[in-house]
Design a protein around this ligand. Structure first.
Ligand code: NAD
Length: 469
């Protein structure tokens, strides 16, 4: 992760600051589709004794969450059952075995996934996640979410996601590289710069993208547009690393005047101080916003006078533990969600706001950085509490938008300046917000419901025009 003070590969400092707050598939291929299990979208009561802890994810899967929001949108839109069946399932699901011999002399077997949900609007696009909990259902959920997200942002992609069930933080670099190259060797046939383009997600980074690009190049010749989120010297794009956090800030700025918020008086709490959360926090801080609570997997901290998140980020980058940071109070991660604040940014994992803790939320705005952080029951509770939710499917699109810019630059073998990229990102995020907000007002819906309706309608329209459905 690049420190904002650090120089990039070209000797320039990444752009951290914001300008003043003044502006308001369907390709016919032979599909190998494995059976998609219909899941109950109700938030199931967990078995006795396993009630979710307030700081841990809910007992409802990401797939249940995404399908619930999809189904309720289809009900409202009156989408016919046969069309719904096409959109509810994936176009192609590839599952591969990744056997890798480690230095201990033993073969370790991992599972690799690539799910291509829908390609009606363009090549499949979506991240690659390395996490021990990765399974086919989680990848299906994230792939489906990408289909609506790219449609809402209005960029010419379909939706996909990939993953490997490994712990990247506990693997040696050479082991991680071997897993990554082996994955590419097994799935390269379903990828391509005009077919499916991967990007970083939880547990992967620019280095992993570089290995993927190199391995694909061995098989098909130099093809930088095969992945996005690459290192800057390897045809990566300026602004990609900060893009998701920056996109969240653009949406805060769009919503703030409507809600009577101004940066100098806004207080923010960030759950998950990783790529998305730390960039959002640092850029918000530059605007004059006060960050009063932060958490990561190590714990949570609070200071109502404000936490300097630029210094906190430096401290963590240098190996410090969040809870050892000076000048703050260490609090229980369970209590972070209950800090009274203007904006709460969930930027960790899915299902973190659930029926067991939603009533403790004390923010005016929930700005969803993570994918599927809010379960359907929690969403209802937040609605009753009048929390203004800016949903993941729109809010965290900044990453895929700048991935799109990286892909365009790679196709043209051309490079744009970071300022230009951030400006273009702002235009797309603002447009998405205004279009979703217009649907919400016209139909008297919340932003999440309006966003899903807009995304689904756009995908149906292109799939119909192509003759796919
Ligand atoms: P990351 O791995 O860089 O950061 C995740 C952070 O969450 C880490 O700081 C980790 O310590 C923390 N965390 C883990 N468990 C936690 C817990 N129980 N409580 C509090 N914090 C916890 O990942 P990221 O790229 O920042 O992604 C975060 C979320 O945003 C994911 O849901 C991801 O799918 C989503 N997202 C990421 C991007 C992107 O461009 N990176 C784009 C869209 C959506």
């Amino acid at each position: 992760m690049t420190d904002p003070e650090e120089r990039d590969g070209q000797g320039r400092a990444p752009v951290l600051s914001e300008e003043p707050l003044t502006n308001s598939s369907g390709a016919a291929e032979v599909a190998e589709v494995s059976e998609v299990t219909e899941t109950d979208v109700q938030e199931q009561a967990p078995p006795p004794g396993t009630q979710p802890q307030p700081s841990s994810p809910a007992h409802v899967s990401d797939l249940d969450i995404v399908k619930h929001y999809f189904d309720t949108a289809c009900d409202r839109l009156g989408v016919p059952d046969d069309v719904r069946d096409v959109l509810r399932t994936s176009y192609r699901e590839t599952v591969v075995q990744i056997p890798v011999r480690f230095a201990d002399g033993k073969i370790h077997v991992f599972k690799g996934y690539r799910v291509q949900h829908n390609g009606a609007r363009g090549p499949y696009k979506g991240g690659l996640r390395y996490h021990p909990d990765v399974d086919l259902d989680e990848v299906r959920a994230l792939a489906m979410l990408m289909t609506w997200k790219t449609a809402i942002a209005g960029i010419p992609y379909g939706g996909a996601k990939g993953g490997v069930n490994c712990r990247s933080d506990q693997l040696k670099p050479e082991e991680l590289q071997a897993i990554t190259r082996s994955l590419m060797d097994k799935i390269d046939k379903v990828l391509g710069p005009n077919r499916d383009i991967m990007a970083p997600d939880v547990g992967t980074n620019a280095q992993v993208m570089a290995w993927l690009m190199d391995e694909y190049g061995k098989l098909h010749g130099h093809t930088p547009a095969i992945v996005t989120g690459k290192p800057i010297p390897l045809e990566g794009s300026y602004g990609r690393e900060s893009a998701t956090g920056r996109g969240l800030v653009y949406l805060y700025r769009e919503a703030a005047p409507k809600l009577g918020l101004s940066p100098s008086t806004t207080t923010v709490v960030v759950q998950g101080f990783g790529n998305v959360g730390s960039w959002a926090a640092r850029i918000l801080q530059q605007l004059g916003v006060r960050i009063i609570g932060v958490s990561n997997a190590d714990g949570a901290i609070r200071n109502d006078d404000g936490i300097d998140t630029v210094k906190l980020h430096e401290f963590i980058e240098q190996g410090g533990k969040l809870t050892d940071y000076e000048g703050v109070d260490t609090i229980s991660p369970d209590d972070l969600i209950a800090i009274p604040c203007d904006v709460f940014v969930p930027a960790a994992l899915g299902g973190m706001i659930h029926e067991g803790n939603a009533d403790r939320v004390q923010c005016k705005v929930l700005l969803e950085g993570a994918n599927s952080p809010t379960t359907p029951v929690a969403d209802e509770i937040l609605r009753e509490k009048d929390v203004y939710v800016i949903p993941d499917v729109m809010a965290n699109a900044g990453g895929v938008v700048v991935s799109y810019f990286e892909w365009v630059q790679n196709m043209q073998h051309f490079r744009w300046e970071e300022r230009e990229i951030n400006d273009k990102l702002g235009n797309i995020m603002r447009r998405a917000f205004r279009e979703v907000d217009a649907v919400a007002r016209q139909k008297d819906l919340c932003l999440r419901d309006a966003a899903y309706e807009l995304g689904i309608e756009r995908v149906i329209e292109t799939a119909r025009t192509r003759g796919y459905i």
